[in-house]
Design a protein around this ligand. Structure first.
Ligand code: HMG
Ligand code: MG
Length: 308
């Protein structure tokens, strides 16, 4: 097992893209700035997608322009086509994320094209991103199952891994879009994927819909993975994946990792405070178990004895 783990905080993008009401640009900027100040060195900030498809992130350019860029922090953004990639490069993103799927139906519903067509689009994106010396990451939705097709063969995921590798991706995400993955699937998929792409450049992106994310992360660590995506307060979901809930909460991930004595250079307490901030700001429950437990303990310690 690795002794240090890379965390990619996806709350500002994967989290806020899924909120019913549009979150203000001010709140998005404050969230990103608080996360970078807490030591999160990889932050998925927003998406340069069609505002008709995802109105929640229509302010992508403004968010990128107004955040405080901390040295050493990688601010990544999603781009579904060349138009998005050009906007991402103009916004000085440090990393552009192209996203496709291991399931045809999901690909169509999410980006309105087949998997083959997505690779036709992404060839030009990869060229533009690489020509600008910017990192390229590829995300594979439905690597563990599809909301429309159900089981997805591992061979379909591996096929997409190979195609993303051929485009020159620096990193590839195995995404459990709807949180249906199991430890058994992780134990089969991670070794198969790492046979095709260096394991230190593979990432686990686990939604926690069925409560399996932490178990799957532990299994992934045991299989040699060392990069994981998470979202503060467990924000998130995918607007084009019915029933998908948030990513594993960053607070819960940190509690697991620190309990295993793995290094993250991030203080859990700081992230708990950010989880409390964003949950209050957007009027939703805090879905982090560790965050909620920590906050309850702190509040009870601050309650005068006569009121307990
Ligand atoms: P389309 O309608 O087929 O696009 O959508 P089009 O090329 O026909 O263009 C239609 C209109 O959209 C045009 O404007 C374009 O200019 C505009 P009009 O002439 O009608 O005024 N347009 C754009 N505007 C801004 N930025 C762009 C852009 N592209 C076109 N980049 C498209 C195709 C891919 C654009 C659309 O389907 C789309 O934006 N999809 C994004 C969906 C999305 O963001 N899903 C969530 C993120 S993925 C995710 O959450 C999964 C992940 O977390 C991993 C996991 O958990 O699985 C990553
Ligand atoms: Mg996701």
């Amino acid at each position: 097992m690795t002794d240090s783990v890379k965390i990619v905080e996806v709350g500002p993008r994967d989290g806020l893209q899924n909120e019913k009401s549009v979150v203000s640009t001010e709140v998005k900027i404050e969230l990103i700035n608080r996360l970078s100040a807490a030591g999160l060195a990889n932050i998925e900030a927003t998406s340069f997608v069609s505002p008709k498809w995802v109105p929640q992130l229509a302010d992508a350019a403004e968010v990128m322009e107004r955040i405080t860029r901390r040295p050493g922090v990688t601010y990544s953004v999603l781009a579904p086509n060349l138009q998005g990639a050009k906007n991402a490069l103009a916004a000085k993103a440090d990393e552009v994320v192209i996203f496709t799927a291991a399931s045809e139906t999901f690909c169509l519903k999410n980006i309105n094209c087949t998997i083959d067509q997505s690779f036709d689009r992404y060839a030009a994106v990869a060229d533009a991103v690489k020509a600008n010396g910017v990192r390229l990451r590829g995300s594979i939705s439905c690597s563990f199952g599809c909301p429309f097709e159900g089981d997805v063969p591992i061979s379909s995921v591996i096929n997409v891994v190979r195609r993303l590798r051929a485009l020159g991706c620096d990193e590839i995400d195995l995404a459990d879009t709807i949180g249906v993955g199991t430890v058994k699937r992780v134990r089969a998929l991670v070794p198969a994927a790492s046979g095709e792409f260096p394991i230190e450049r593979l990432a686990g992106h686990y939604h926690d819909t069925y409560g399996q994310a932490l178990a799957n992360i532990l299994a992934s660590l045991e299989a040699g993975l060392s990069t994981f995506h998470s979202s503060v307060a467990g924000l998130g979901g995918c607007p084009y994946a019915p029933g998908a809930t948030g990513n594993v909460a960053t607070e819960d991930l940190l509690y697991l990792l620190h309990g295993l004595s793995l290094r993250t250079d991030i203080k859990l307490e700081d992230v708990v405070t950010i989880g409390d901030f964003i949950s209050n700001a957007i009027h939703r429950p805090n879905f982090s178990k560790a965050g909620s437990a920590f906050l309850a303990k702190t509040r009870s310690a601050n309650t005068p004895e006569s009121c307990r």
